[in-house]
Each structure stands twice: as C-alpha cells, then as structure tokens.
Design a protein around this ligand. Structure first.
Ligand code: HEM
Length: 556
C-alpha cells in the first residue's frame, strides 16, 4: 500500500470514529434530558399551580435580575405585589425553581421544622469563604457544632462582655467627634462591630490587634458584592465560568485579607493557650449577676426581642456547668485540645462564620437605627428622654440592668429590624414536598424555598400602616396578639441566629452610648432610601447622617 493510501485509511478511520462519537452523543443527550425531565415531573406539575411573573424559555425570570443591586431589589419587591393576597410567588432562574413565602403560617412550617433545615444551593458560593461553618453546614455536623457553639452565647457569657461593649462604644464616640458634616455611619459601625467581636467572642485583646479590623470589614463588604452577583447573574453561577472572570481574581485577593485576619486570631489565641493563659470568662465570676441561670435562662421577660413563643436552644438550657461558660474561641480551642470534637480546619470555618455573621448584620442594624433616629426626631426625643431617666447626669458606663430598662430604645430597635431586617431573606433547599397551611398549595421537593422576611414584616394585616416607622408596634399588648412567625429578623426555630442575644445586648450598649453623646440628624427621608440586598440589607446611597454633640458625655 502506498503512503497516500495508508494516510487515507488513517484519515477515514479517524473521521468515522469522530462520526460515531457524535452519533452516540446525540441520543445519549436526548436520553439524559428525557430522564432529567421525567425525574422532575412532579416539580413541574406542582410549579404549574403556583403563580408568578411569566419568564422566558430556558432563562425563566433570570432577566429580572439585571441591573444594579438596588434596582434588582426594587424590581423583585414590586413584581411580587400582585401576589400579595396569596403570599406565595414562584420564579424560575434557568432550571431552578424559587418559591417566595411571606405568610406567618407558612413561615412557621419551614422555620420550626427539624426536617427543612438544609440551606439552599445558593449558599454554596459562601464555601470558599466560610467552608462548612454553622451558617451552611447541615446534618450531624451542623447539629453537633450548634450544640457546642450555642452555649458560648449564653447570657452569663455575654454579661462578662459588658465592659468591652462599653469601652468599644466609647471608642467609637471618640472617633465620631471629628465628623462635623454628613457622613456614612456604616463604616464606623462596621469597624466597631469587628473590633468588638475580636475582643469578645475571639478573646483577642486590643493590645494585640492592629488596623486589620477595618480592612477586614471592607473586604467582607466587597465579598458580599461578588456573592450577590453570583446569586443574581445566571452566567456567574457555574464555577467553570466564574473562575475565568475578574471577579474570581478579586475574590482570591479579598479572601486573603479575610482569612489572613481569622488565621492570625486563631494563631494568637493558640499561643496564649499553650503559654497557659486562662480563658477570660472562667477567670471572671459570672455566676453572680442579675440574670437567672440554668433552666430559667429564657429571653422571655428579659426583652431580647423574640416573642415568648419562639423559644429555642438559646432560651432554655440545662445547667451549663463551668466548661461551657467559655467564650466562643476559648471553648473551640479547649474542645480541640481535649479530644476529637472539632478539627483545626473546622475551628477556622466557625471563626470565619462568626466573624461574618456577627459583624455585618449588626453594622447594618445599627446604621438603619441611626438613620431612623435622624429622620424621626420626635421618636429620638423619647429615646433620649428614656436614657436621661436611666443615666441622669451621670456619664457612667452602661450596666446590664440599664439595658433591661431601655424599653423604648428596644422597641425602636425592633421596629428598625422589622422595617429593615439586615437578613432580608432566608433560603432553604426542600428535600421533601411541603403543603402550605395558608392556602393548601404544595411546594415540590427540589425547590429553593425563600422566606421573604422583608415582605413578611410589611404585611398590612399584621402591622397596621406597615410602611410607617412606629415603635409602638412592639408594645407588649400589640406583640402578644401577633403570630410568632410574623417577626423573624433573627430567623426562628432550630436554625435561628445563635448570636441573637449577643446582638441585642451589644446594640443596646453601642446605640445608647451614641445617643447619650450625640443627637442624630438626617437630611434624607425614608422615601429617599435605595435599598439593596447584597446578602445583607443596606442603603445603596450609604447611611448618611449628621451628628450634633449633646452636653452629657458617657464614659466607659
Ligand atoms: C442584628 C444582628 C443579627 C441579625 C439580624 C441576624 C440574623 C440572622 C438570621 C436571619 C439567621 C438565619 C440565616 C439563615 O438561615 O440563612 C442567622 C444565623 C446565624 N447567625 Fe445571626 N444575626 C445577627 C447577629 C449575629 C451575631 C452577632 C452572631 C454571632 C456573634 C450571629 C451568628 C449567626 C450564626 C452562627 C448563624 C447560623 C446559625 C445556624 O445555622 O445554626 N448572628 N442570623
């Protein structure tokens, strides 16, 4: 056979192999697609019975998510209005079915359940940052870590943080004195909440810290922008495409800053541990306080913001014993040294989780509160009057008992969390079909179920005049008649926020210290707010306020 003939044979056999591949690939794809559709038959069948804005073939409603964050938020809220009667809205993002619910009866079925506790697939974008920390983990790992971590936010532990809450509040007051004009208070709140977390939950003292708290807070903000883009832009969802984008490069740089801080914190704490330094909470006498201990440690009556019916593992505990009364990182390190309960990698994931969950949420909550005070001067007058009654002319630091007496400030705080919940949605992956009690509709397994807290908190049948900032919504007599699940800024049930009481105590101390020192003003009204939900609810234009020094000065 000549060389040309041999080459022809090779070429034609290569050609037929390629042809054969395509001949087999096409039916294989058709078979796979048919199987995939068939396996989702029930999902399509039930989705058909749910209402929602119409979408495009293949893309679904993905185009609703174009534009900037503030535009997307406004668009989604407006698009949901026609479905308010039913309080269930369906959306498709490509093949993914999203169902938004905002009737308290339906919300209860999901949040109170021990079955529907898996986080939605969208939380996977957090993985490179938070690993398998408490926010996203599930199953046995989540259960055992929750059991380990929840007692570190016990009231007795929190009470030992009061001096640090006061000192940091005072520090932020000093920094704010230089702000004579309009400024964005969120930057200050962010830095302050990071510093407080480092000193309290992580137990890293000021003398060992540097400027990295502020860099960390800024990096977290930028990370949230990227995660939000991945949630809303369909083409950024697959890792395969994302990793070739500029965003992926930025993410790597931001994670270097974020993980840099958390690694440093753990390293320092470990060194202290190895040098034999005692964990801070154990060295304080925390049993001698005004807070009832053991079984009676319920937030009910202590005004920490949840309705009486929403008891969870943070409210009632068996006698916790000394070991569990350690602060968060102390307990994790001690557990890791004394056995196999938690690995080094798991500690890092939990530290990253608490640092994120514990700072951005409270920074947003406090910034919205200050905005509300600036806008509603008459309400601010009443808060100041209450604070003057508690503290008189004294510039003494705030005590735990003082925080219990801040009834009106607390109502303002809860009203802020109602109108501007820092976590505006909570998303779960449904492994089982669910029937909604409000209307009997069935939500199929495989759905991303979204509790739309922002919409839930603005229901006119629950809150008269829901768009009005009215702290009296939280008068005891009004709260008593309300459905438990009509106010869930901290979520509720088994996956509720572990930092709820920590957040309320810290916020009361920071905000009361600020209002003892400054009167807040705002030139913008609520109707000027451009809300955006980059994971955490924020004001796109920044939290602009102005400060006027008051005569009394609170000391830490
Ligand atoms: C105003 C402040 C806060 C708000 C509004 C808030 C809200 C929430 C919400 C709604 C959830 C449920 C999220 C979901 O299921 O997707 C949550 C979970 C969580 N929060 Fe908070 N949070 C706040 C402060 C804090 C603080 C201060 C900490 C810790 C120091 C914290 C730690 C956590 C953790 C670890 C989880 C996950 C719990 C689990 O899944 O078992 N949060 N928070």
């Amino acid at each position: 056979m000549s060389y040309a003939a041999a080459e022809h044979v090779v070429q034609s056999s290569t050609f037929s192999a390629v042809n054969l591949f395509y001949v087999l690939l096409v039916p294989a794809l058709i078979l796979w697609y048919t199987y995939w559709r068939m396996s989702r038959r029930r999902l399509y069948e039930l989705a058909e019975k749910l209402n929602g804005p119409s979408g495009w073939p293949l893309l679904g409603n993905a185009l609703e998510f174009t534009g900037g964050s503030a535009e997307i938020f406004k668009n989604i809220v407006e698009k949901s209005i026609p479905y308010d009667q039913e309080s269930v809205v369906k959306l498709w993002i490509g093949p993914r079915l999203l169902v938004f619910i905002y009737d308290p009866r339906d919300v209860e079925v999901i949040l109170s359940s021990h079955v529907h506790i898996d986080k939605a697939d969208e939380y996977r974008f957090f993985k490179p940052w938070l690993g398998n920390g408490l926010l996203i983990s599930t199953g046995q790992k989540w259960r055992s870590h929750r059991k380990l971590i929840a007692p570190t936010f016990h009231l007795n532990v929190l009470k030992s943080f009061i001096d640090l809450f006061n000192a940091n509040s005072r520090a932020v007051v000093d920094k704010l004195k230089k702000e004579a004009k309009d400024f964005d208070c969120h930057d200050y709140m962010s830095e302050c909440t990071v510093e407080i977390l480092l000193e309290t939950a992580m137990g890293v003292s000021k003398t060992t810290q540097d400027q990295s708290g502020f860099d960390y807070a800024m990096a977290v903000m930028k990370m949230c922008d990227i995660l939000h883009l991945r949630h809303t832009k369909i083409w950024l969802r697959p890792d395969l495409l994302f990793k070739f984008t500029e965003y992926a490069k930025n993410q790597t740089k931001l994670l270097d800053v974020i993980h840099g801080l958390t690694k440093k914190v753990i390293k320092r704490k470990k060194e202290e541990f190895q040098s034999g330094k005692k964990p801070s909470v154990l060295s304080n006498d925390v049993t001698n306080n005004e807070v009832p201990t053991s079984k009676t440690t319920s937030v009910e009556g202590l005004s920490f913001g949840q309705s009486a019916g929403l008891k969870d593992d943070l409210d009632v505990e068996e006698d916790v014993g000394q070991k569990k009364r350690l602060a968060f990182l102390d307990l994790l390190l001690e557990s890791s040294q004394s056995g196999v309960v938690i690995t080094d990698e798991e500690i890092k994931e939990q530290v990253d989780t608490i640092m994120f969950e514990g700072h951005d949420t409270t920074a947003a909550g406090s910034s919205f509160f200050l905005s509300m005070m600036g806008i509603h001067q008459d309400i601010q007058d009443k808060v100041i009057e209450e604070l003057d009654q508690i503290f008189g002319d004294s510039d003494r630091p705030c005590t735990f008992q003082d925080t219990l007496e801040m009834k009106y400030l607390e109502r303002c705080l809860m009203e802020t969390l109602r109108m501007y919940p820092p976590v505006p949605i909570i998303a779960r992956h449904l492994k089982q079909e669910v029937t909604l009690p409000s209307n009997g509709k069935k939500i199929p397994a495989g759905t991303t179920l979204v509790v739309a807290t922002f919409k839930l908190h603005r229901r006119s049948d629950v809150y008269p005049n829901p768009e009005k900032f009215d702290p009296d919504n939280f008068l005891p007599e009004r709260s008593a008649n309300r459905h438990y699940y009509a106010f869930v800024p901290f979520s509720a049930g088994p996956r509720s926020c572990v930092g709820r009481k920590y957040a309320m105590l810290k916020l009361k101390i920071i905000l009361s210290t600020l209002l003892r020192n400054f009167r807040i003003h705002s030139d913008l009204k609520e109707s000027d707010f451009k809300l955006q939900a980059d994971i955490i609810l924020k004001r796109a234009e920044g939290f602009k306020v102005r400060l006027e020094p008051r005569k009394r000065l609170a000391k830490a």
